[in-house]
Design a protein around this ligand. Structure first.
Ligand SMILES: *Cc1c(COP(=O)(O)O)cnc(C)c1O
Length: 434
């Protein structure tokens, strides 16, 4: 078994996170319950930031808040001097409500609406990452109306797509995001942005994928970006003051995953970047990165209550828990794999192999296939590890199941940061038939 962050077992055999007994948490706040190891989030954030600092590279580390956005989470990101990526008016609103420093907010997305861009301009956020020509002109119009100049990055597609264990090189990248470099779209966008009176072009951005375990993809992307910048500089004199290399750093969900430390990602990528800057005779730009999953993924654990059990002799044993695809849709959506333990009997011997079923009316609502566990019943609790990213963020009300509560734990203290949804919440927006 592999424990993440501050997770340990106490002498009652209970899973302890952040110095707090998770069974006590389950009793106090109910289940399913999202528990976040705050110290682990802080330490990841510091590893990213310190590595840049030690290398003497000016940088911004932006938390991609789509991984898990809530007021407390955004405030934690602010405390750790992170910047913040948002991709909708909802994430921006959350950041503003949290009092996040606006100058460190970056707005992403391939189809930002007029209202969303107005919100960005009116709140004078740090930058808009412009994705396409429609947005480029829409943002200019809005800035003109507001007599404001907005700092922007251009999202470009370098023609490199990274997957978990490999990467794909495509000439003309088939992606809904960004300006294509190969066909000259990115160059055209740069010229338009440079000419626009109400836009301040800081530089370029790319994001090549998610749950990436090697630096190869990032390095190929960096090489392409810097070669492009060299070309642009020769042609027009424009040089980017910011190069944003995106997020996507992999984490360990199960024993099959073997990520490299955060510091190694940064060191290896920066070594290449510095080489390109030297070879192409450019000034070193500020480097921005945007980790989401690697900041919060393994810091999150979900505690469920075990319920019914179905044993089909010689076929399979199903163990059902009081949540499922309503609080974690990743297994159903893309066969994501997780590991888990009985949170109240961590030290007990493994006795059987069970498959963990959710309670939604979908055969595909399975959280974990073939998990070795002690023989469990309805008095037990199941902890599923590494649910911190894209878990609560993708929670939904399918079957009108209420969304779980979220607690932060640190140094023996627990703090409720998102209340459990109530039945009243479920019908709050409903109107009766006339
Ligand atoms: C999703 C996303 C990220 C974060 O990705 P992770 O895999 O969670 O690190 C960063 N940048 C952009 C543009 C994204 O869309």
């Amino acid at each position: 078994m592999f424990f993440h962050g501050t997770s340990t077992v106490n002498n009652q055999g209970h899973l302890v996170i952040g110095g707090v007994d998770t069974i006590e948490l389950a009793k106090q706040y109910g289940t399913p319950l999202y528990v976040y190891d705050v110290e682990l989030i802080r330490s990841r954030a510091r590893q990213f930031r310190n590595t840049f600092q030690n290398l003497g590279v000016k940088a911004q580390v932006a938390y991609a808040s789509k991984a898990f956005s809530s007021i407390a989470m955004v405030q934690l990101a602010a405390e750790e001097n992170l910047s913040l990526d948002v991709v909708s008016n909802g994430e921006l609103y959350t950041a503003l409500q949290a009092g996040f420093p606006v100058e460190r907010i970056h707005f992403h997305g391939n189809n930002k609406s007029y209202e969303e861009l107005v919100m960005a301009v009116e709140n004078k956020i740090g930058c808009v990452v412009v994705d396409n020509f429609y947005e480029l002109s829409l943002l200019q119009t809005i800035c003109r109306e507001h007599s404001y100049s907005m700092p922007i990055l251009l999202r470009v597609t370098p023609g490199i797509e990274a997957h978990t264990h490999d990467y794909i090189l495509t000439g003309q990248e088939d992606s809904k995001f960004g300006f294509d470099i190969q066909s000259g779209q990115a160059f055209e966008a740069m010229k338009q942005a440079e000419e626009a009176e109400n836009l301040e072009l800081l530089g370029i951005h790319c994001h090549i994928g998610s749950q990436i375990f090697e630096t190869t993809g990032f390095k190929l992307a960096a090489e392409k970006l810097f070669a492009t910048l060299k070309e642009w500089k020769e042609l027009t004199g424009f040089m980017a003051s910011v190069v944003n290399l995106g997020g996507g750093f992999g984490i360990r969900y199960t024993s099959e995953d073997d990520p490299i430390p955060v510091s190694v990602y940064v060191e290896e990528i920066i070594a290449d970047v510095q080489q390109h800057v030297k070879n192409f005779n450019l000034e070193m730009p500020e480097i921005w990165i945007e980790p989401g999953r690697s900041l919060v993924g393994d810091a999150g654990t979900t505690i469920y209550s075990v319920g019914s059990k179905k044993e089909i002799p010689n076929v399979r044993n199903y163990l059902s828990i009081d949540g499922g695809m309503s609080d974690n849709i990743r297994p159903a959506l893309y066969q994501a794999k997780y590991e888990g333990v009985l949170a109240n009997r961590v030290k007990d011997e493994v006795e059987e192999t069970v498959s963990i079923a959710g309670k939604c009316c979908e055969s595909g609502d399975m959280l974990i296939w073939d998990l070795p566990l002690p023989r469990a019943n309805h008095e037990d609790y199941l902890a599923v590890f590494c649910t911190g990213a894209y878990g609560y963020a993708m929670a939904n009300n399918y079957n009108r199941i209420t969304k779980p509560a979220v607690v932060f734990v640190e140094n023996g203290n627990a703090q409720l940061v998102v209340k459990r949804e109530t039945l009243e919440d479920l019908t709050r927006l409903d109107l009766p038939l006339k």
